[in-house]
Design a protein around this ligand. Structure first.
Ligand code: SAM
Ligand code: DTB
Ligand code: SF4
Length: 325
């Protein structure tokens, strides 16, 4: 039997890329049970409903970032307690990748607090990608903006996924980030797609955006030329010292609704229940899995903030009959 085409090349001709914001708002307006039922049916039709993909994150270069993203602990524009660190050595990254594999992760995601990668540091990241892949892990990186040539070099090194989030709606974007535009982000995603790397792109909920913004954010994702293969939905981690450090909490049901609608709009994408799980109850996470979330970040740390202990996650999987993949 011939090998199936890589995900990033599989046809999406049967999937919609022409959603309007009003159609998406109509999904938000459905009674909660009706919405969850529809999302779960979509989920079941496309995935094993009891399988959750697990990736482990490592911050390979921490803090000192010139960008001004208002949510971020790593921006030089904010006064957080974070100690900046230079780019890690390859050996340090490999040790962490081996440990992640032993703990059960199938993908290893390397994050750097850069506007964009450059020079020798980029060469070192290419080596990291090559060597992490040799350990038998899928590779993912999030390094900021990429040009076409950099995306091609990452593909050549064996990068499977590139994470670059739209973060929020085009309308709300400017209140959150001033140093790079929404279009810059779309351009990077185009370079990643052109290079044949799987796209991981999503955003953050709970930054003070409206429901209309959440609808418009999902619309921007789904109306891209291809649905991203992976869609991280982060709940804002409110970091003291950032401009969003004490923004009001989002209604948890609104978060679950957004996950459900991401599942309906992008039926074959992995929807990742990303940052913010430490603040979520087990019951809320279970609702998100029912609504169609089927991947998580696994391991005690995200990039600079906490994530549930692996024991808690494994116990939750066990209680729910979920198996990690
Ligand atoms: N510097 C690169 C960039 O921004 O493209 C890569 C790393 S950046 C930390 C990756 C993503 O993490 C951001 O786009 C944002 O969506 C998410 N993120 C960062 N800080 C967060 C926070 N406090 N709460 C939730 N998500 C956050
Ligand atoms: C994504 O969407 N979420 C991850 C990953 N992509 C790189 C990062 C979450 C960061 C949360 C805040 C922190 O730990 O610094
Ligand atoms: Fe820098 Fe990324 Fe944080 Fe923005 S989200 S400040 S680009 S590390």
């Amino acid at each position: 039997m011939s090998k199936p085409a890589p995900l990033a090349e599989q046809p999406q001709d049967d999937l919609r890329h022409d959603w309007t914001r009003d159609e998406i708002l109509a999904l938000f307006a459905l009674p909660f049970n009706d919405l969850l039922h529809r999302a779960h049916e979509t989920h079941r039709a496309n995935f094993d409903p009891n399988a959750v993909q697990v990736s482990t994150l490592l911050s390979i270069k921490t803090g000192g970032c010139p960008e001004d993203c208002k949510y971020c602990s790593q921006s030089v524009h904010h006064n957080t307690d974070l100690e900046p660190e230079a780019l890690l050595k390859i050996q340090e990254v490999l040790d962490a990748a081996r440990a992640a594999k032993e703990a059960g992760a199938s993908r290893f995601c390397m994050g750097a607090a850069w506007r964009n990668p450059r020079g020798r540091n980029f060469e070192r990241v290419l080596d990291m990608v090559r060597e992490v892949r040799e350990l038998g892990l899928e590779t993912c990186a999030t390094l900021g903006m990429l040009d076409q040539d950099q995306a091609a070099q990452l593909k050549e090194a064996g990068l499977d996924y590139y994470n670059h989030n739209l973060d929020t709606s085009p309308e709300f974007y400017g209140t959150i980030i001033g140093t790079r535009s929404f279009q810059d982000r779309l351009d990077t995603l185009e370079h990643v797609r052109n290079a044949g790397i799987h796209v991981c792109s999503g955003g953050i909920l709970g930054m003070g955006e409206t429901r209309a913004d959440r609808a418009s954010f999902l619309r921007a994702l789904v109306n891209e030329p291809r649905h991203p293969e992976s869609v991280p939905i982060n709940q804002l981690v409110r970091v003291p010292g950032t401009p969003l450090g004490d923004v009001a909490e989002l209604d948890p049901f609104e978060f679950v609704r957004t996950v459900a609608i991401a599942r309906i709009l992008m039926p074959r994408s992995h929807v990742r229940l990303s940052a913010g799980r430490s603040e979520m109850s087990d019951e809320m996470q279970a609702l998100c899995f029912f609504a169609g979330a089927n991947s998580i970040f696994y391991g005690e740390k995200l990039l600079t903030t906490g994530n549930p202990d692996t024991e808690r996650d494994l116990a939750l999987f066990d209680r729910l009959g979920i198996h990690p993949v």
